[in-house]
Design a protein around this ligand. Structure first.
Ligand code: F6P
Length: 384
């Protein structure tokens, strides 16, 4: 009988590895690059870094990372390698999308690489998996301030962004209080609400809206009016980028289903146009919500978009530690012959999960998550 277990692939002793960062930047990326680089160099390996994610690998733009290049970067925000959102299996061009994976394979071979470490979020998982299908030895580290990657308890950048967003809510409190206003703070997270939920709770927001819980504007207004009746004339509303009303969620899900069941190019184009239109309309979501809350409560309402401030600047000690732990462990795993895995964290433990299991598997906030339960106990309105 055939065993269902695949035989582990044998690799030669590593001599040269490469690293790249892809997708949106996040604080702690340089700690990971440093962890990978220093550990690999201490083993006598050569480490190169591709510039600007998969784009630099496509264009063969790279730099050797020597010990001196890794000094002084631990505390620096962003990524010293640069980043991009290029998808090698579907690179957008003016004439449609093209598959450039073979060119990346050629770059990998030309550099005689033994492994490629890709540091990125959800999109990078899919890209890495598609590239691994071409026979490359790839390992992944999870980063995104959204914290929406499955099989890791945290992603590089999340903790720092959480601190920044929490401080922003603290600061909005005093101005909202002074002017008796509703202030809506838009917090990043287009599919998952971890950041808005965490910062909202830590900052004591009165309303927290996340993509996982479609909201009813009347219920939000009623909660704010109850506060006014108790004598509190200001409210802070923490809104995740991807939070939608019940009606908008239904329209979006219907359009997504239509896209999935579309047959043929014409149908697919129509479905995409509808989704793009809904996405474009969503950009105005928080301003529309502010207008609705103003008219339903009579309170002056203002919007504050936290934006890229959440992703920039010095990483917190947590992200420095996470990047360092995952980066160093990743090199140990390459040395131990591992391939096709994402190196993640589970408390103090380091985990290794097949990239195929992580790709396309979004970590959303469960409706019974302890933080959701805490918010409900506190009387925080979650829009439902
Ligand atoms: O994926 C991380 C993230 O920070 C999201 O929260 C946000 O929607 C997105 O990146 C925006 O990134 P950019 O504007 O750089 O594409």
């Amino acid at each position: 009988m055939k065993s269902s277990k695949q035989k582990p692939q044998k690799f030669r002793k590593p001599k040269r590895i490469a690293v790249l960062t892809a997708g949106g930047d996040s604080p702690g990326l340089n700690a990971a690059i440093r962890g990978i680089g220093k550990t690999a160099i201490s083993k006598g390996w050569t480490v190169i870094g591709f510039r600007d994610g998969f784009l630099g690998m496509l264009e063969d733009r790279w730099v050797e990372l020597k010990k001196e290049d890794l000094a002084g970067i631990l505390t620096v925000g962003g990524t010293v390698l640069g980043t991009s959102r290029l998808k090698p299996h579907r690179m957008e061009t003016p004439n449609g999308s093209v598959d450039v994976r073979d060119k990346l394979v050629a770059t990998y071979k030309r550099h005689k690489l033994d492994a490629l470490v890709c540091i990125g979020g959800g999109g990078t998982h899919k890209n890495a998996l598609k590239l691994a299908e071409k026979g490359l030895r790839i390992l992944k580290l999870p980063k995104t301030i959204d914290n929406d990657v499955a099989h890791t308890d945290s992603t590089i950048g999340f903790a720092t962004a959480l601190e920044i967003a929490t401080e922003a809510i603290d600061r909005l409190h005093s101005t909202a209080h002074s002017h008796h206003r509703i202030i809506l703070a838009e917090i990043m997270g287009h599919r998952a609400g971890w950041l808005a939920l965490g910062a909202g709770l830590a900052g004591g927001a009165d309303v927290i809206l996340i993509p996982e819980i479609p909201y009813d504007v009347n219920r939000i207004a009623a909660a704010i009016k109850r506060r006014v009746a108790r004598g509190t004339k200001f409210s802070i509303v923490a809104v995740a980028e991807g939070a939608r009303s019940i009606e908008d969620t239904q329209a979006y899900e219907t359009a997504q289903r239509a896209g999935k069941s579309a047959r043929g190019d014409a149908q697919k184009r129509v479905a995409k146009t509808v989704l793009d239109k809904l996405d474009a309309e969503h950009e105005d979501n928080i301003f529309r919500l502010a207008r609705q809350l103003h008219s339903l409560t009579g309170l002056d309402s203002r919007v504050s978009i936290l934006g890229y401030v959440q992703r920039g600047g010095t990483p917190s000690y947590r992200d420095r530690l996470l990047g360092t732990r995952l980066g160093t462990a990743c090199v140990e795993m390459i040395d131990a012959g591992k391939s096709g895995i994402m190196v993640g964290s589970d408390g103090d433990r380091i985990t290794a999960t097949p990239i195929a299991k992580v790709a396309g598997n979004l970590k959303l906030v469960p409706r019974d998550h302890p933080l959701i339960r805490s918010a409900r106990h506190l009387g925080t309105n979650l829009g439902d």
